[in-house]
Design a protein around this ligand. Sequence first.
Ligand SMILES: Nc1ccn([C@@H]2O[C@H](COP(=O)(O)OP(=O)(O)OP(=O)(O)O)[C@@H](O)[C@H]2O)c(=O)n1
Ligand SMILES: O=C(CO)[C@H](O)[C@H](O)COP(=O)(O)O
Length: 407
Amino acid sequence: MAEAARDNLQPNRPLLCKQAGGNRTLDFSVAAVLPAGGSGERMGSATPKQFCQLLQRPLISITLERFERVHWIKEIVVVVSKQNFELMSSIIEHYGHSRAIVVEGALTRHQSIFNGLKAFVVNQSPSSWLEKPEVVIIHDAVRPFVEEDILFRVATAAKEYGAAGAIRPLVSTVVATNAEGYLDHSLERAKYRASEMPQAFTFDIIYRAYQQCTDYDFEYGTECLHLTLKYCGTSAKLIDGPPDLWKVTYKRDLYAAESLIKESLSKSVCIFTGMQKEAVQLGCLLQEALQLMMEVDVLTWSLNKESQCIQAISSGLYYNFIYININNFDLPLEIVQLMELIENAKLSALYPVVVTVVHLNNLETASSCIRMEDFTNIKELAKEAHQKNVLLYRLLINYTQVCEAAQ
Ligand SMILES: Nc1ccn([C@@H]2O[C@H](COP(=O)(O)OP(=O)(O)OP(=O)(O)O)[C@@H](O)[C@H]2O)c(=O)n1
Ligand SMILES: O=C(CO)[C@H](O)[C@H](O)COP(=O)(O)O
C-alpha cells in the first residue's frame, strides 16, 4: 500500500494533496472587487470576453466560483457596465452565485474599480453600501485560474504592508522605441517582472489613492499598485504567483483557457471507501495504479461537520469520483448522499461529473452471486443523474479469497 494512501486513511489526518479550500482563517475582514466592465476590444468579439462561454459556462462565472469557494472572503463585488447589468444578473441566478453583488462600472478600468470600492463607503454608492473590509482584493474578472493560495498570500501581505500584488517573470524583453520607431533602449529582462493579479490593499489606502487620482490616471493608468505608491507612499510587497494568472485578452486565450480547464478536470480523481478492510485495500491499490497519470485522493466516507469528503466534493477540484462499496447491493445510502452533494455543489453545470460505484462481492461470504441485473435502484438513480450531467457507472467485482491470493 502506498505510504500516502495509508496516511490519508488515518482518521483525523488532513487531506494530503490539494486542499479543498476550507481550512484557512484570517483575523481581519477581506472583500473582493472584480472589475468586469470592459468591452474586450482586443478580443474582437461582439460579446465582451468576460461573458464568453468556456465549456458552456460564461468566463465570469468561473472566476466568481473560484472566489465563492474561499470562505474567508466575505463580500464579492462584480463591476459590470450598465448595458450588461441584466446579463450579469441572469448569470448570477442561473449559476447560483449567491455571494456576488453587482455594481455599475464606468468608462475605464480604474474608474470601474473605484466604483466597486465605493460600494463599501456610506453615501458613495447609488445603490446600497456594504461593510467596509480591512483588506480588499482586486482581481480582473478575466483571469479565471486564480487559486486560494495566491489570494491568501496577497491578502495577508496587504494587511502587513498596505499593498501587495502577484508578479511573474517576463516572457519577452521590454524595449522602448524612439519617436521615429527605432529602438531607443531595452530593459534587462531579469531585473523586471510582469505585474499580474490578484492584488490586495488595506481598504483605506487604496480608497485614498483613488480619491487623489487625476483624470490622466483614470484614463491611461493600468496599475493599481502604482497608485498607492504615488499617492500614499505605500510600496507594495510583490509576490511570485503561479503561471496560470494570465489575463484572457485575445481570442487564442479563450481556447487556451478551455483546454486548461479540460485538462485539469480529467486529471484528478477522489476515491471514497467505507471502513471495511477490503474497500480500503482496493482504494489504495487503485491509488497506486492511477497516481502515475493523475492526482488521486483516497478518503474514508464520512459526513460529519468537518468532513473532508464534503470539502473535497464542494471544492470543485474533482470531477471524477469512485465509491468502493462492500456487500451492499441495494442502493447504499452513501451513494444517494454522494449524488446529492455533487448536485448541491453545482459541479455538473460546468462539465460532466463521472461517478463510478465499485461493488465488491466476496463470493465466500455472500449468500449468492450478485448479477448486474440486481441493481435496479441504482439504474433509476443513474437515469435521473444523467439528466443533471452526472454519469453514474457501476462496476461489480465478484471475488473469492483464492483470486485475491492469486493476484
Ligand atoms: N471600463 C472598464 C474596462 C475594463 N474593465 C475590466 O478590467 C479587466 C481587465 O481589463 P482588460 O483586459 O483591458 O479588459 P477590456 O478593457 O475589456 O479589454 P480591451 O482592453 O481589449 O478592450 C477586465 O475584467 C475588464 O472587464 C472594467 O471593469 N471596466
Ligand atoms: O496586469 C495588470 C495589473 O496591474 C494590468 O494593469 C491590468 O490587468 C489591466 O489590464 P489592461 O491594462 O490590459 O486593461
